[in-house]
Design a protein around this ligand. Structure first.
Ligand code: ROI
Length: 166
């Protein structure tokens, strides 16, 4: 059954805009999955240790027949193919992060996967790109995205135009 899924993308290493554009192309090519929409790319101040480069973030909407864990496997394969290395430092820099933010109205609570993504409701670099492609969205708990946005200032964010690269 086709389910509407939202994915958060983030990178702050190895030409982040290229990482995100390549990841969006790889997501669009996933089996049993259609890429429905993608937000603009945003530059964002790092959350976590400040001594790391600024991030590029975006959100994509997909329709998929994959299960949550099959989609997670597919996204982790894309992360690894794009040379992701996991650093020891918590909340340190990364080549590519692909997070399942929402999977329809499903709530998933498994060792490998928590959906909705547990920090999404307070992160400007998730909420503003999400609002660009799904302004009327509600979370599975009934909260409207507009309500979350009203508590989350557009701070430390900068929308990139289509041709810019960092
Ligand atoms: N900070 C920003 N701005 N964007 C991210 O995608 C991001 N991802 C992370 C941490 C390290 C928490 N900080 C981030 O995983």
């Amino acid at each position: 059954m086709r389910v509407r899924v939202y994915i958060g993308l983030g990178s702050n290493l190895s030409t982040p805009t290229e990482q995100l554009r390549n990841a969006l192309a790889a997501i669009a090519a996933l089996p049993q999955t259609a890429l429905i929409a993608q937000s603009s790319l945003y530059i964002s101040d790092p959350l976590g240790p400040a001594d790391q480069p600024r991030y590029v973030n975006a959100v994509a909407a997909l329709d998929t027949d994959l299960s949550p864990l099959a989609l997670l496997d597919a996204l982790q394969t894309i992360e690894q193919e794009q040379g992701r290395t996991r650093k020891a430092e918590r909340w340190g820099p990364r080549t590519l992060d692909l997070d399942i933010l929402l999977f329809g109205a499903l709530q998933v609570d498994e060792p490998r996967l928590t959906v909705p993504h547990y920090h999404m409701h307070a992160r400007a670099f998730v909420l503003y790109p999400l609002a660009e492609i799904a302004p009327h969205l509600r979370l599975p708990d009934g909260r409207a995205l507009t309500e979350l946005l009203s508590n989350c200032p557009f701070a430390g964010l900068e929308r990139l135009n289509e041709t810019s690269s960092i």
